[in-house]
Design a protein around this ligand. Structure first.
Ligand code: UGA
Ligand code: MN
Length: 318
């Protein structure tokens, strides 16, 4: 049996805004929300704001003279590849002006090497943690990266500039920096193609006379918006005006559920990437490395001990 997420991957089988650095609070905020609609949380969501640095973003608040900020939301989780993925992605983001990177860990606490990376990159950033509620980890199809994206979404609704733009970018994707200038003027919701995904090797809006009329996607699954998470951006002012913004805990339906919650009509989608003819983002995936427990008895007094301690802190080994 193929999971919805595997199927859409095309497995071949059918399918205080002052710019200062905030001290990390030593407590976690627990929210009790009881599920009323499909995909709404049935267990408490725990959220923790670990650190942020707004790099003087606030100084241009309310001004029309500067470019809208792009809030890039990246969910991530502890595994051997995590620091490598975020290093590569973060360094790409340093090429782009007026970015605020929200790194949201699927965890109770933030990982120290990620905090260090964020401080070194020099980007404006927010570092959050929000673990997936246990009930979903046990599901057959796990809704990956939802709890942490929801925490980031709440941060953007609370702190994002109305002129800004929200964009979800998974930690393992590959991006051409030209995409950021495509999405920056988004007034409601904009869309573009995503490469290396699904049975068609692409997921894209179908555009006629400059308007989106349908979607070209290998995994329709009854979705109104057949798009990948990296295939759209949302204007923050528009987002804030919507009353019931959510991202459901339903594997494979996170994007569709989120876009439907915005009350969006297909006719209102802004078309980017040259009428959806160009690929500026790819749904790349990294081979998984086992998390090994190493034998280190003979290395208690040499560099290997320190090296492996560092690797353990990064989540590379057990
Ligand atoms: C695809 C989509 O691109 C995701 O946006 C979507 O969340 C996912 O399917 C899904 O529906 O499950 P895919 O490559 O299959 O992505 O999934 P991953 O890359 O494994 O995970 C998506 C994001 O969530 C990544 O940024 C990953 O770091 C994060 N994640 C994954 C977590 O935060 N927690 C997890 O337990 C697993
Ligand atoms: Mn992925």
């Amino acid at each position: 049996m193929i999971s919805p997420a595997e199927n859409r991957m095309g497995t071949g089988s059918g399918r205080s805004l002052t710019g200062r650095r905030m001290k990390a609070p030593s407590f976690a905020i627990a929210l009790l929300v009881f599920g009323s609609a499909p995909g709404e949380p049935t267990q408490p969501e725990v959220r923790k704001l670990c650190s942020f640095d707004l790099k003087g973003e606030g100084s241009t608040k309310g001004s029309n003279n500067s470019a809208p900020i792009i809030y890039v939301v990246t969910p991530t989780y502890r595994r051997p590849e995590m620091v490598a993925e975020l290093t590569r992605l973060g360094q790409t983001l340093t090429l782009v002006k007026r970015i605020h990177w929200i790194v949201a860990e699927d965890s109770l606490t933030c990982t120290a090497p990620i905090t260090g990376l964020l401080q070194r990159l020099g980007l404006s950033y927010t570092h959050l943690a929000s673990p997936m509620p246990e009930v979903y980890r046990k599901e057959r199809y796990v809704p990956r990266g939802v709890s942490n994206r929801r925490a980031a979404l709440e941060w953007v609704q609370e702190h994002g500039s109305d002129r800004g733009v929200l964009f979800f970018l998974d930690d393992d994707n590959a991006i051409d920096v030209r995409l950021f200038e495509e999405m920056r003027p988004t007034e409601t919701v904009s869309m573009w193609p995503v490469g290396l995904i699904g049975d068609y090797t692409v997921s894209s809006p179908i555009v006629k006379d400059g308007k989106v009329v349908a979607f070209y996607d290998g995994w329709p699954a009854g979705r109104k918006f057949q798009v990948d998470m990296a295939g759209f951006a949302v204007n923050v002012g528009f987002l804030k005006k919507q009353k019931k913004v959510t991202m459901p805990y339903i594997a494979g339906h996170e994007e569709d559920g989120f876009l439907k919650s915005l009350g969006l009509s297909i006719k209102d989608i802004e078309v980017k990437a040259d009428g959806c003819t160009k690929i500026y983002v790819w749904h790349t995936r990294t081979a998984k490395n086992p998390s090994r427990a190493l034998k280190l008895e003979k290395h208690q007094n040499d560099n290997i001990k320190v090296l492996t301690d560092n690797m353990r802190e990064m989540g590379m080994i057990k």
